[in-house]
Design a binder for this molecule. Structure first.
Ligand SMILES: *Cc1c(COP(=O)(O)O)cnc(C)c1O
Length: 383
């Protein structure tokens, strides 16, 4: 059996054809494919506006800036996420804090959020922005979080890097019904890819305009938005300190082509999840819980094993050629975050989860016999 990674992209001849066509075309950086990609994403999710960027990390950064996050502001997210969910606040000079996870969904706990907000209100330390992360592709309880946003006056960025193709209350994740901005990632391990890439979705035109400016140096070419008199057809204006966070037309072409298979990818991931569930039901592991309000996109399939055995099981699976992984170490444990003095005792569920979690291989091209092999090996380690 060849080495089985935990995630892997699927690039077809159709993808290659559109990428090569774009590469040979007139635009290879900012061209019509970006427009097509953005329109497809908006259409798929039902959000009004979409701005594609060169990564989800960039998207999170400009999403924070568009919501006015700056020096002295406070941003909250989940400790069980990729560091980018939290770094985006630090880029803006803001302070970061974490809300413990729900022991069943592993997403930001609504109860913990609610309690933390009540305390923060008394201490006058309310967050400006909260970033719920849809871990593994299962949506957070957005309706409840949105309700708290109304009560306490914070904005919401959904980090949906794992969750394109997933649903919440029968609506596509990314429609921003319960948030200000939703961010997707198109890194190759995610559900659909543009190599590197990300996007911000929103229903707010002003946020959309601001994000779109910030991704290209803070420059506008829209005559309707000019502050001064035009000097001629070359004229543009820089209104804020932006970045070069643009995606290329070549990458967008890959995205356009990949999006056509998004639903079939999600179906395939559900088949794989169902097979894991069947094959592992008699094995001593905790299988992922599915909240009835959500339809998971299954970017990841995480099982929990006994904490004492996790390292041994992990090493055994790796040496059997299975590319298991762990998603994620609590962000506050990272050496860079030591300066903020987070107390792990405030995050008992994140700690417990991290000590037990193992991500099993999950990607559309995973073969049935590979999956059987993975389950047999896992069973073998635990008996
Ligand atoms: C992958 C990921 C990101 C960052 O995505 P990039 O496109 O690689 O910048 C952010 N948040 C989460 C939860 C992720 O999984």
């Amino acid at each position: 059996m060849n080495f089985i990674p935990y995630g892997k992209q699927d690039i077809t001849q159709e993808d290659e054809a559109l990428v090569i066509e774009t590469l040979r075309g007139d635009w290879i950086t900012q061209g019509p494919m970006i427009d097509r990609f953005e329109k497809s994403l908006a259409e798929y999710t039902g959000a009004k506006y979409c701005s594609a960027l060169n990564s989800a990390t960039s998207a999170l950064h400009v999403a924070c800036l568009a919501l006015g996050v700056g020096q002295g502001d406070i941003v909250w997210t989940s400790p069980i996420s990729f560091v980018a969910s939290s770094n985006c606040a630090l880029y803006c000079g803001a302070n970061i804090d974490f809300v413990d996870i729900d022991p069943k969904t592993y997403n930001m706990s609504v109860d913990a959020l609610s309690e933390k907000l009540a305390i923060a209100k008394k201490e006058n330390k309310l967050p400006k922005v909260v970033i719920p992360v849809h871990l593994t592709g299962q949506s957070c309880e957005m309706k409840e979080i949105h309700k708290l946003a109304g009560e306490y006056g914070f904005k919401i960025i959904e980090d949906a890097s794992h969750a394109i193709g997933g649903k919440y209350l029968n609506q596509p994740v990314g429609n921003c019904k319960y948030s200000d901005i939703t961010v997707f990632s198109f890194h190759p391990v995610k559900i659909v890819t543009t190599a590197e890439g990300g996007a911000c979705l929103t229903n707010n035109e002003e946020l959309f305009q601001k994000i779109s400016r910030l991704r290209t140096h803070g420059i506008t070419k829209d005559p309707g938005l000019m502050k001064g008199e035009s000097h001629g057809p070359w004229y543009y204006e820089q209104h804020e300190l932006g970045f070069n966070y643009r995606i290329t037309d070549i990458q967008a072409a890959l995205g356009v082509s990949q999006l056509k298979r998004l639903d079939s990818y999600i179906d395939k991931r559900h088949e794989i999840a169902a097979r894991y569930e069947e094959k592992l039901k008699s094995v001593d592991v905790e299988l992922p819980f599915q909240h009835s309000d959500t339809y998971n996109s299954y970017h990841l399939y995480v099982v929990l094993v006994d904490a004492e055995q996790r390292l041994k099981v992990f090493n055994k699976l790796r040496s059997s050629g299975i590319g298991v992984n762990v998603h994620y170490q609590p962000i506050y444990q990272q050496p860079y975050y030591e300066r903020f003095n987070f107390n792990p005792k405030n995050y008992p569920h994140a700690e417990n989860y991290y000590n037990k979690a193992i991500s099993l291989p999950m990607f559309p091209l995973l073969k049935e016999e590979e999956q059987s092999y993975i389950c047999e090996q896992l069973k073998g380690c635990l008996s």
